[in-house]
Structures are given as structure tokens and as C-alpha cells.
Ligand binder design. Structure first.
Ligand code: SOE
Length: 406
């Protein structure tokens, strides 16, 4: 029999980073599991500690804190951002609160992760990007949560563009299609109120495909011509809210945002683009489609088949010409090595884990995470240009280049 002891102490903890997360609904839960799993699967140099969960409804916040293992609950976000044990503030609240919380947190010296879209207006986004730039000089980092960049197939698409597979980008075709608002009796939750959400399908889901196409191509949109529509103009006011859905409450109110936005655009490298963002595409639940056609090849992605990237190499003509279905589950693909063996696949939640792991790595290594608040401001300018164009009957509307870049 061996005289080796049968138990050993576990490895010592690494340096840790205290997380304070504000918001306990859909995004708050998605981010919470991201912080937890980043620790387990990516073994980051900085270990995230789930210190405090912020939410005005003490009962709901306490319930979520219990389920996701948050150590404390704060019902006032100001108390959360000034806690000494909170080093990073993760903002998962509706858009009308982003600017105030993010700027206060940055000024308090806390790193910030802010859900998309960055703000409800360009003015707010400019103020946030400026605050981020000042904080950056003191080593305080900030990032906006365009999570879908971190789906392995999307990150791999970007890699292939960088490696030259696509060549000169000629066409960008992007759609974000959902149908969860098609029922006219579905209540008027905050995502349907301009003063809370900034815009409708445009900012909620359109912002994602603007980010994805700019990220994959490495180019930016320089102008747009757009149409928007609000199909259901009045809805019942909400009662209790459960994630995206809500119970029907008393009375009715006006929908003040777009239900759908479509626009054409031009990229900085000359490519022509089409975009569609809607929450009325019956049968489409979370279909995020991006296709890029270039001089040397094409790439095509649909989130409803998120572990797959379709790749066409136009420089290799012949009997097998056409798109090849690539299963992006090899350990050589971005992020995959941290997870399961080939073919086992990832899901929606993994993007949030990758986001947390990337942010922890950037902070630990003292570099800027991406996408930055300046990138978020760039997307806010695109959203504003779409609204301006739609208000003027689809007039061509140029988009200012970013005023801050790093
Ligand atoms: C609702 O449309 C929503 O939750 C968006 O707000 C998210 O950004 C998107 O990822 C899923 O759908």
C-alpha cells in the first residue's frame, strides 16, 4: 500500500477580480453564467469573484443571487459601484441607464462591461467613449458586449478574412430575424419604449449585425439609406415581466420604436451591403445571417446553425466548387479548445463565457479589450444614420468616421 496521503490541498487561488453586475433579467443571467464558466473552463489569470448583484427589486435580485452564487445584493447601483470589493461593473440594464452607470463606474476607477447597444443616443455614446478614454489613461478598461463576435464560427470567419480567403469584399448581406413580437397583444415592455431602449429592432438586434459585419470584414459602414416601420402601434401595458415576455397589465400604450428596419449601405472598402432587422419574421427565432462575397471567396453564417460556417474558395474552381460546410468544433478553431471534443458543439451561452474570459485576459495583461466604447460609439452613429435616413424617406445618409480610435 502506498504511503502517499490520499488528500492534497487544492492549488492556490490566482489573483482575483471582484465583479458587480447590475440587472437580473435575461442578460443578467446570461452574463452571470459567463463569469462562472469563464473561471472553470478558461482558468483565467484573474479569477472572477461574483461579489455583488444589483437590482431594484430586492426579491428578484436575491433569488437570482442565490441561484447564480452572487455573494451580496445591492438594490442601489450607486452602492454597488462604490464597494471596495468590486473591481469591475457589468451593466445589464436597459439602455436608458447605461451612460449614467458606466460613466460613474469609470470615474470610480472600476473596469466596465456594458451591454449593447452602448447607449440610447450618439450624445450619450460620445460621453461614454470620452469617459472610457480618460479612465484608460489610468489603466481602467471598458468593453461593450457585442457577444456574437465570440461565437467560434464568427471568430473563425474573421480569421479567414484576415488570412485573405475572401479577398476584396464586394457584398455584405446581413439579417437579424426574430418573431417574438408578432402577437399584437404581446405587452409593451421596455424594449418597445424609445425613452428606455433608444430604438426598436434597429438597436436591439440590428446593432448586432452592424457589429458582426464590421468585425468580420475589418471595414466600417460609411453611409446608409433606410426604411423603418412600426407594424403594431399600440399594445397592452405590461404586468409582471419574465425575461423577454410579460403578463398583460392594465391599460394600453403607444409603441414608440421601430418594429423593423431595413437598410442598404456602403463599406469603407467599397462593398455594397444590405441589412434587415426585425422582431416580426414569423418562424425565425434568433436567425442571425451574415454572408460576405469577395473577389477570392465567400463566407456564410446563420446563428440557427451556429457551429457551422459555410466557406467558398473561388480561387479553386472545379467539380467541387461551391460552399463547403465547415463544422467549427475543432480545437484549432477560436475558443473551442477550452470546451468539448470535436463535434460536440456549443450554444448561445458560450459567447458570454468567451466575452468574460477575453475581458479578464485583457485586464490581466494590461491591454484594451475589444469592442471598445469607441467601437460602440461607431455603431451608435450607424443606428442614428439609419433613423435619420428613414425619417427623410430613405435619403442617403453618410456616417461620420470615429472621432476616437485606439
Ligand atoms: C431580444 O431581441 C434579444 O434578447 C436581444 O436584446 C439580444 O441582444 C439578442 O442577443 C437576443 O435577443
Amino acid at each position: 500500500m502506498s504511503s502517499e496521503p490520499s488528500t492534497t490541498d487544492r492549488a492556490p487561488e490566482r489573483r482575483s477580480l471582484g465583479i458587480g453586475l447590475i440587472g437580473y433579467s435575461f442578460m443578467g443571467q446570461a452574463h452571470s453564467q459567463g463569469w462562472r464558466n469563464a473561471r472553470s473552463f478558461f482558468d483565467p489569470q484573474l479569477t472572477p469573484r461574483l461579489v455583488a448583484l444589483g437590482g431594484r427589486d430586492a426579491g428578484a435580485a436575491n433569488d437570482m443571487a442565490r441561484r447564480f452564487d452572487w455573494a451580496h445584493v445591492e438594490t442601489d447601483w450607486r452602492a454597488l459601484i462604490t464597494r471596495d470589493d468590486v473591481d469591475l461593473v457589468d451593466i445589464c440594464t436597459p439602455g436608458d441607464t447605461h451612460a449614467e452607470i458606466a460613466i460613474a463606474a469609470l470615474e470610480a476607477g472600476k473596469h466596465v462591461l456594458c451591454e449593447k447597444p452602448l447607449a440610447n443616443s450618439v450624445e450619450e455614446a460620445v460621453a461614454m467613449a470620452r469617459a472610457a478614454e480618460c479612465a484608460r489613461a489610468k489603466g481602467v478598461r471598458s468593453m461593450v458586449g457585442f457577444t456574437y463576435r465570440r461565437v467560434p464560427a464568427v471568430a473563425y470567419a474573421r480569421q479567414l478574412v484576415e488570412e485573405g480567403l475572401v479577398g476584396e469584399v464586394r457584398h455584405v448581406r446581413a439579417q437579424y430575424l426574430q418573431d417574438w413580437l408578432v402577437d399584437p397583444e404581446s405587452p409593451l415592455t421596455w424594449r418597445l419604449q424609445k425613452e428606455r431602449a433608444g430604438s426598436g429592432a434597429l438597436g436591439d438586434v440590428g446593432a448586432h449585425v452592424v457589429d458582426l459585419t464590421q468585425f468580420i470584414t475589418g471595414e466600417r459602414l460609411t453611409g446608409v439609406s433606410a426604411l423603418t416601420e412600426t407594424f403594431v402601434k399600440e399594445r397592452p401595458l405590461p404586468g409582471a415581466v419574465h425575461g423577454l415576455s410579460a403578463e398583460v397589465g392594465e391599460g394600453r400604450g403607444q409603441v414608440t420604436v421601430d418594429d423593423a428596419a431595413i437598410f442598404i449601405g456602403r463599406f469603407s472598402g467599397g462593398a455594397l451591403a444590405t441589412f434587415e432587422a426585425t422582431r416580426f419574421a414569423t418562424g425565425r427565432k434568433n436567425s442571425i445571417r451574415v454572408e460576405i462575397n469577395g473577389s477570392h471567396g465567400s463566407l456564410s453564417f446563420d446563428f440557427e446553425d451556429m457551429n457551422v460556417l459555410h466557406v467558398h474558395d473561388a480561387t479553386a474552381p472545379g467539380p467541387r466548387s461551391g460552399f463547403t460546410r465547415v463544422l467549427v468544433t475543432e480545437e484549432t478553431h477560436p475558443y473551442v479548445a477550452a470546451w468539448w471534443p470535436p463535434g460536440h458543439g456549443l450554444g448561445y451561452e458560450h459567447g458570454f463565457t468567451h466575452q468574460a474570459a477575453d475581458l479578464l485576459a485583457a485586464i490581466a495583461e494590461g491591454r484594451d479589450p475589444s469592442p471598445s466604447f469607441a467601437d460602440g460609439l461607431g455603431i451608435q452613429r450607424v443606428l442614428a444614420a439609419v433613423e435619420t435616413s428613414a425619417a427623410s424617406g430613405a435619403a442617403w445618409t453618410p456616417i461620420d468616421p470615429p472621432e476616437i480610435s485606439y
